[in-house]
Design a protein. Structure first.
Length: 131
């Protein structure tokens, strides 16, 4: 992975972590906390303004709206406070490498289990239809 892409991804990860830390920070204004909650809720929500099944436009909102919401949320926080939150997030991520590996393992196992269930379901349906 090229260094610039790696730095971009690490910066993105640290910025999202800083937003999570900023939710608990006492010097972050209430309107900034509301913007952070809206940005995180929209990013994690399965409901989009433009449905994903619409070609090109469906994914355009994920590529434009989500980064814009994070940008607005980050810039609504005083920069000195955001820098402190970002440093705390970096420390937390360095300590949580084991938890991230465990989370990835659990996600892979979950999706593998779901694929197995889907395979069994399709196999059963085909067996019933073939009779």
């Amino acid at each position: 992975m090229p260094k610039t892409i790696k730095n971009l991804l690490l910066n993105y990860r640290d910025s999202i972590g800083a937003l999570l830390v900023a939710l608990k920070h006492p010097h972050v204004p209430m309107h900034s906390k509301m913007l952070i909650i809206i940005a995180l809720a929209y990013a994690l929500s399965p409901i989009d303004i433009i449905p994903d099944f619409i070609p090109i436009l469906g994914y355009l909102d994920d590529a434009v709206i989500v980064p814009f919401l994070f940008y607005v949320a980050i810039h609504s926080i005083p920069q000195s406070v955001f820098y402190q939150c970002k440093q705390q997030a970096k420390k937390a991520f360095k300590k949580s490498i084991g938890f991230m590996a465990l989370g990835i393992l659990l996600a892979v196992l979950f999706w593998g289990f779901m694929a197995l269930l889907l395979f069994i379901l399709i196999k059963t349906i085909l067996r019933i239809v073939a009779v």
